[in-house]
Design a protein around this ligand. Structure first.
Ligand SMILES: NC(=O)c1ccc[n+]([C@@H]2O[C@H](COP(=O)([O-])OP(=O)(O)OC[C@H]3O[C@@H](n4cnc5c(N)ncnc54)[C@H](O)[C@@H]3O)[C@@H](O)[C@H]2O)c1
Length: 285
C-alpha cells in the first residue's frame, strides 16, 4: 500500500463531521497527523471523535465537537471562535455540511419552501463558513513546511495562512432532472469558492472545491430509498460501475490540504471516475 499524505500537525475544522464525507475527512485528518480537529454538525459527532482517536498519529491529538446549524450566522461565528479559543488557529477547513435533493419535483412543480431550505443550508451555510473562517485565518501567522520532498531536501514551501475546501458536486457542472434546488446550490458553491479564492490571495489562504459524483454516504442511501432505480443508474452511468467510497473523496481533500498542493488555488476538482466525460454515451457503446 502506498504511503498516505502526512500533514505533520495543524488544526482542522470539519463541518458535517458526524456522517458521510465529513466523518471520513475527520478520520483522514487524524491519520494524517493533525494535532486537533473541531467536528461541527447539526447532530452529535462524539462517536466520530472516539473513532478518530483510533487512527490519530499525533501524540498531542485532541478533538472537540460543536453542534450547530451552518445556516445560522451567530452559530457559525461561535463555532469559529470555539476553534480559535481551543486550539489557537485553524489551518484546514473542510466544509462538508450540506443537504441533498429532497423532493425530485421537476421545474413546473417545484415548491418554494424546498428551494429556500436548500439555499439556506447549501449556499448561505457555505458563504457563512467560508467567510468566517477566512477572517479567522487571515488574522493568524503563516506557516512553512521544511523539506516537503526528499527529492529537494533544502526546499521550503510556504503553506500560507490556511486551506479551505468546499464540497460542490458534479451537479455544479451538469444538471439532473428534478434537481434544480440542489444543482443551483452547487453552482453557487463554485461561485463562492472561486470568489473566496480570489479575495484570499492577499491573505495567502487557498480555497478549492471538490466535485464528487455519487458517493456512498447516508445522503446517497437516502436517495436510494427515494429513487429505487438509482442503484441501477449508478451502475450503468458510472465509468467504474459504482459510487465512490467516502474515503476516496477524503483522500482528495487531504491532498488539497497538504504541502503537495501549495500551487492549487480556486480549482474545482472532479471526483467522478470520468462520468462527466461520457455524456455522449461513448462509455456504453
Ligand atoms: N453523497 C454524495 O453522493 C455526494 C455527491 C456529491 C456531493 N456531495 C456533497 O458532499 C457533502 C457531504 O455529503 P454527504 O454525502 O457526506 O452527506 P451526509 O448526509 O451523509 O452527511 C452530511 C452531514 O452534514 C450534516 N448537516 C446537514 N445539514 C447541516 C446543517 N444545516 N448544519 C450542520 N450540519 C449539517 C448532517 O447532519 C450530516 O452529518 C454535501 O455538501 C453533499 O451535497 C455528496
Amino acid at each position: 500500500m502506498a504511503s498516505k499524505l502526512q500533514l505533520e500537525g495543524g488544526i482542522a475544522l470539519v463541518t458535517g463531521a458526524a456522517a458521510g464525507i465529513g466523518k471520513e475527512t475527520v478520520l483522514a485528518f487524524a491519520e494524517a497527523d493533525v494535532e486537533g480537529i473541531v467536528l461541527a454538525d447539526l447532530n452529535d459527532a462524539s462517536a466520530v471523535i472516539e473513532e478518530s482517536k483510533k487512527f490519530a498519529k499525533n501524540e498531542n491529538f485532541r478533538a472537540i465537537a460543536v453542534q450547530l446549524d451552518v445556516s445560522d450566522e451567530n452559530a457559525v461565528r461561535a463555532m469559529v471562535d470555539t476553534a480559535v479559543n481551543e486550539f489557537g488557529r485553524i489551518d484546514y477547513c473542510v466544509h462538508c455540511a450540506g443537504m441533498g435533493n429532497i423532493s425530485g419535483a421537476t421545474t413546473e412543480h417545484l415548491k418554494i419552501d424546498v428551494f429556500d431550505k436548500t439555499v439556506a443550508v447549501n449556499i448561505r451555510g457555505t458563504m457563512l463558513v467560508v467567510s468566517t473562517v477566512s477572517k479567522a485565518m487571515a488574522a493568524q501567522e503563516p506557516r512553512t513546511c521544511q523539506n516537503p520532498s526528499a527529492r529537494n531536501p533544502t526546499a521550503t514551501r510556504d503553506l500560507g495562512r490556511g486551506s479551505i475546501v468546499t464540497i460542490a458536486s458534479v451537479n455544479a457542472f451538469v444538471p439532473a432532472p428534478g434537481m434544480m434546488p440542489y444543482t443551483s446550490s452547487k453552482h453557487a458553491v463554485i461561485g463562492i469558492t472561486k470568489t473566496a479564492a480570489l479575495d484570499n490571495i492577499k491573505n495567502h489562504i487557498r480555497v478549492n472545491a471538490v466535485c464528487p459524483s455519487w458517493t456512498d454516504t447516508p445522503m446517497m442511501q437516502a436517495s436510494l430509498q427515494r429513487v429505487p432505480q438509482l442503484g441501477h443508474i449508478i451502475q450503468k452511468l458510472s465509468p467504474l460501475g459504482r459510487a465512490a467510497s467516502p474515503d476516496e473523496v477524503a483522500d482528495y481533500i487531504m491532498f488539497l490540504c497538504s504541502p503537495s498542493a501549495t500551487y492549487i488555488n480556486g480549482s474545482c476538482l472532479m471526483i467522478d471516475a470520468g462520468l462527466t466525460l461520457t455524456a455522449h454515451g461513448a462509455a456504453s457503446l
